[in-house]
Design a protein around this ligand. Sequence first.
Ligand code: IPE
Ligand code: IPE
Ligand code: MG
Length: 254
Amino acid sequence: MARPEPDRAEICRRFGIDGSDLPRHVALILDGNGRWASRRDLPRTEGHRRGEPALWDVVEGGLALGIEWMTVYVFSTENWTRPKDEVEFLLWFNRDILLRRREECLRKGIRIRFMGRRGRPVPRALVETIEESEALTAGCRRLNLTFAFNYGGRAEIVDAVREIAAAAAAGDIDPRRISERTIARHLYVPEMPDPDLLLRSSGEMRISNFLLWQSAYTEFMFPKRLWPDFRRRHLYEAIARFQRRERRYGGIID
Ligand code: IPE
Ligand code: IPE
Ligand code: MG
């Protein structure tokens, strides 16, 4: 018989998490799939395949704890430079995940979003599946799950600047009044709060063009574990550590 899901209080107790002070937004760079596969003499695509159960376990974990926003980096604007077979696999695999999981997301209250450029070379069929999945789950309120796909932090800022420049040229924005808020309002998901915690699996200590604007005061962690081996307990351990950090935002804490 399946064991019942531990409730939120039980998770907090077990992992030493303060349930009244959770990160509102956890961002994840799902890295290390290729190395996971290579170490087993498997094709890299097998590593990506094995990343899916890891992702859903972590998402379920976030849902059980009551995290409001999770953003996962699944394909960067630079990942097009990979071998054609791997790129093709990733495009169709992401579509396949949506088709298989979106009803479950709807039932569980998970709102699916994609952030990134949707034009060519992203296949039309994938864009259609993304749009359908977003529409299907648009009313979900428990967890905002955003896939950063064909996403680059610099591209996002460029796209925001283009929109703002067009509005300025049309006389709708006064250039002297452009502020940080103006830029934030023109990002791909304007209502997304800045991430409190960013986790990158596989031990690489870099941002690789993820959420450049939004991560100005994010806390970073680089667990060594490769993504396919990541589970919700690793998310919980990271959150407990996050809560012991002191966030200063340039100020001074008494
Ligand atoms: C992350 O795993 C998934 C994507 C970038 C799509 P990698 O494929 O980068 O795995 P490593 O870093 O080569 O091990
Ligand atoms: C970042 O990982 C992109 C994703 C995880 C989707 P990469 O594996 O592409 O980053 P680099 O090349 O190691 O910086
Ligand atoms: Mg990588």
